[in-house]
Design a protein around this ligand. Structure first.
Ligand SMILES: Cc1ncc(COP(=O)(O)O)c(C=O)c1O
Length: 371
């Protein structure tokens, strides 16, 4: 074909041709229960402190921000020490624009051409995108029918594929399943045998919603320099709009992430918002307990109506199984309730909202599914 100067060709990477950007529909509906947000907005007191901190940061915006943001990292370490009882140094923390960017940093540092990242499906649907964007091979092993991970399956998969990165969401999205420590340890042992090394990321985006007695992988950090535990302020803190994710790991692992980050990736405004929010952690997270109770009650309610429901340690519930899940999803949407078509065929995922939102969801579901 002759080259048309008026319409030059865009040299799009072939694997991106025809690919839609990731994202759930952002629809204007009365009840948005589709992206696992915290339904409670920050209080007036927290908003005022954030606004004051941002104003102070604004006065210095002619300068680039602190590249290493050790103050924020120290604040995050202090928060985790209280939340999970694990003492950490600021050098063991890293932060970025959402845990999405944290995971991208991990794959930029430890993935790459000729390397493989592994997870166990069904799991968070962004993982393959981080792999694609870093030219890392992507392979999923399987979870069991109840969405648990069989430690032997995990060991065999890792031994066979020799990945350089394993991503384990716990609690998992979209199933809500948390992994027992014994399974995480089995994965860490198998990863330690991989020639050339293998980093294991336990993605605890929903960690604060775990049921009592469910441990955090943070407890394993001291003995496992190839472990990273990622968290986010998007869920329990109710700050999805601020875009702050973070990770705890050995200082050596964090130093590798510092190499691949863009200079000044975390704006002075973001740092100010995060530090102000951390000063109010107990207030911001006051509703975590009631969201957990609301979730447990929703699981019981759905089961009482004969539905299958995955055990959940997160702020959402996966339920089914419907012959035509799209029809149920659409019926709910027609009644103003937006949930997510996610997980294996026939399953749907609903985020835990306020009691009013949950009541609206239940009423609509009874109507649509004839429960
Ligand atoms: C398992 C899991 N990890 C990470 C994220 C990313 O969260 P964020 O980038 O808002 O920190 C999400 C978001 O829904 C998630 O479900």
């Amino acid at each position: 074909m002759p080259h048309d100067l008026a319409r030059p060709t865009l040299p799009l990477r072939p694997e991106l041709a025809g690919v839609e950007p990731y994202g759930a529909p952002q629809l204007d509906v009365p009840y948005a229960l589709n992206v696992n947000e915290n339904p409670y907005a920050p209080s007036a007191e927290v908003v005022a402190d954030i606004a004051e901190s941002v104003a102070a940061a604004a006065g210095g915006l002619n300068r680039y921000p602190d590249r290493d943001f050790l103050d924020l990292r120290a604040d995050l370490a202090a928060y985790l020490a209280v939340e999970s009882g694990v003492p950490l140094a600021a050098e063991q923390l890293w932060a970025a624009n959402g845990s999405n960017e944290i995971m991208l940093h991990v794959l930029q540092a430890f993935g790459g051409p000729g390397r493989t990242a592994v997870s166990f499906a069904p799991t968070y649907s962004m993982y393959p995108e981080y792999a694609r964007d870093t030219h890392t091979g992507w392979v999923t092993g399987r979870r069991e029918a109840d969405f648990s991970l069989d430690p032997q399956v995990a060991r065999d998969t890792i031994a066979e594929l020799a990945p350089s990165v394993v991503l384990l969401a716990s609690p998992n999205n979209p199933t809500g399943t948390a992994l027992p420590t014994s399974t995480v340890l089995a994965v860490l042992e198998a990863a330690a045998q991989v020639p050339g090394g293998c980093v294991v990321v336990v993605d605890e985006a929903y960690g604060e919603f775990r049921r009592r007695g469910t441990p955090s992988a943070l407890e394993l950090l001291a003995d496992h320099p190839h472990l990273a535990v990622s968290r986010t302020m998007s869920k329990a803190f109710g700050l999805a709009g601020a875009r702050v994710g973070y990770l705890a790991a050995s200082p050596a692992l964090v130093d590798a992430l510092r190499v691949v980050r863009l200079p000044y990736h975390l704006s002075a405004v973001t740092q100010a918002v995060a530090r102000a929010a951390l000063r109010h952690a107990p207030t911001l997270m006051a509703q975590v307990g009631s969201l957990r109770d609301e979730r447990d009650a929703l699981v019981v309610w759905l089961r009482e109506r004969g539905l299958q429901v995955a055990d959940s340690d997160a702020n959402f519930v996966l339920f089914g199984v419907f012959d035509d899940r799209h029809a149920i999803w659409q019926g709910l949407l027609d009644r103003g309730v937006l949930i997510r078509e996610s997980g294996p065929d026939g399953w749907l995922r609903v985020s835990v909202g306020t009691p009013q939102e949950t009541a609206a969801f239940k009423d609509a579901l009874v109507d649509v599914a004839g429960l």
